[in-house]
Write a protein that binds this ligand. Structure first.
Ligand code: 2M8
Length: 487
């Protein structure tokens, strides 16, 4: 990674924040891949690398392109790009290669070890963002290098994971959604709880399992999923392994099968980007794939009910009526009819999702809500990036700025790159020195409307009685250009 020259237009205090972000990325740099954090996540994760590339492009576009291309190293012969490609480090990760034993079934493109599941398909988004920073020749070369693998990945999702041609892609593990312990997923996973966990739960002694877990050595257990949930997720891995990671076998087991709303929304957007990438590289997409893309976009409508979007159970066809931030991601996909937009914006900025900071991963009035616990309440920077991007494309510039300003306030109040933040008091939680927080901060700081975002952040900080963003008061209403807000 290059040194990342300073950005001349940035106030000096934001330069410091930027320097911290760069330091985090440099510290997590493993060569041409970046790990999410130094201790808890020592390998390469699919969607993490994509968000990381979106930030890195502002510092070193060639390195960002390498980060995206490196995901192809893990590609399976069936087209799947795995959720984790294991680095050759001493394995202290709690769900390392020995839990998956995938090398018994497949050889990845590079021979690297991997998990047997995938993750939200952010690759095309990252590719387009990185492509914007490359000169035309380098961009076309990059797209051409990426396209064959990327097309096969999208084909895998639309065929292997949509075997009944319903339009929506089905996930086989909550880790595929990226939102590991989000309530609808944990509900769907309940039937496969191992017997010993059920017994311990019944006896009220499930914390006896705490001593057996590795992840809680890095981060306080109360900021992670419960041991009962974790051991249930390990059980799902065992079933997947026994099914040789083939959907045809998996569907015959008790493994939860979910048409995840956020994943499918990200796929719809990724498909749009794939069309753009292929057009620029002069590559024709297979007809069957373009048909699947269209059907996926149309099928998103089946996930809408009354006031939000939900995930759906693949086996029963029933919506999993448990609200989460995932229900807003169709905004990112661009599939929401105009008459629903203001209602969704109102909901995401209401005290349920924005008690003090937003947008929370689970509404604050949900019985499962825990402000500092992983995907059960905290604010995640990557999800807010996706939501702001969607809002902007719908012309809701003011709302997009609110989200970005809130993220800026959250990060700058501690000056550190946490994995997630409490929506109640803004404190950081989970792993520290977390790569996608750092990378998406770099992306935010490079935005041309940064002065406007700073002004919104300053107003929010005044309202909340907090210190707010360093340098924010330099961008007052007076010195900013006439706002062209449509939102
Ligand atoms: C978290 O998930 C991993 C399993 O994939 C874990 O807890 O060990 C999630 O937040 C996921 O979305 C993220 O990609 C990963 C690495 O940051 O960590």
């Amino acid at each position: 990674m290059s040194t990342g020259t300073s950005v001349p237009t940035l106030p000096s205090d934001l330069q410091d924040l930027r320097a911290t972000a760069l330091e985090v990325l440099r510290g997590n740099d493993l060569g041409d891949v970046t790990r999410p954090s130094p201790t808890l996540y020592p390998h390469q994760w699919l969607w993490d690398s994509c968000f990381i590339a979106i930030g890195l492009r502002h510092v070193d576009p060639a390195r960002a392109a390498a980060e995206v291309l490196s995901l192809l190293r893990g590609q399976w012969p069936n087209g799947m790009i795995p959720h984790v490609i294991f680095a050759e480090v001493d394995d202290f990760y709690h769900a390392g290669p020995q839990r998956w034993r995938c090398d018994r079934y497949v050889v990845t493109a590079s021979g690297a070890q991997s998990t047997g599941i995938t993750q939200p398909p952010m690759i095309a988004e990252a590719a387009v963002r990185v492509g914007e920073m490359l000169d035309p020749k380098a961009r076309i070369d990059f797209y051409r290098a990426l396209l064959p693998g990327l097309i096969r990945f999208h084909e895998f999702l639309h065929t292997e994971r949509d075997p009944d041609d319903e339009g929506l892609v089905t996930l086989v593990h909550s880790w595929e959604s990226g939102m590991d312990n989000t309530p609808p997923w944990m509900e769907a996973t309940l039937p496969i709880t191992p017997r010993r966990v059920k017994v311990l739960r019944r006896l009220g002694t499930a914390e006896a399992l705490d001593a057996l877990r590795r992840d809680a050595k890095e981060v306080p257990a109360e900021e992670r999923l419960t041991s009962a949930d974790l051991f249930t997720l390990y059980r799902v891995v065992r079933e997947l392994r026994r099914s040789c990671y083939s959907f045809r076998n998996i569907r015959e087991t008790e493994v939860p099968l979910v048409q995840d709303v956020a994943f499918n929304a990200i796929l719809v957007r990724a498909n749009d980007h794939l069309v753009e990438i292929a057009a620029e590289a002069g590559v024709k997409l297979p007809k069957r794939l373009t048909r699947s893309m269209r059907r996926c976009r149309e099928a998103m409508e089946q996930l809408w009910s009354q006031s939000t979007y939900f995930s759906r159970d693949f086996r029963t066809g029933e919506l999993l009526r448990h609200e989460t931030v995932g229900g807003f991601l169709p905004l990112y996909a661009g599939v929401v009819p105009e008459e629903r937009i203001d209602g969704l914006v109102k909901a995401m900025t209401s005290p349920r999702y924005w008690p003090r900071y937003g947008v929370a991963s689970v509404p604050a009035d949900d019985p499962a809500f825990l402000p500092r616990c992983y995907w059960q309440g905290p604010v995640w920077v990557n999800i807010n990036w996706l939501l702001a991007d969607g809002l902007e494309r719908y012309g809701r510039l003011e709302a997009a700025r609110e989200l970005r300003a809130n993220v800026l306030n959250l990060i700058s109040s501690s000056g550190q790159m946490f994995e997630y933040y409490s929506p109640l008091d803004g404190t950081g939680a989970g792993s520290n020195s977390f790569s996608w927080t750092a990378a998406l901060l770099l992306d935010l700081l490079a935005r041309p409307d940064l002065p406007e975002i700073q002004a919104v952040a300053a107003r929010a900080a005044d309202r909340l009685g907090t210190t707010g963003v360093p340098g924010a008061r330099r961008a007052t209403d007076e010195d900013r250009p006439a706002a062209a807000d449509a939102g």
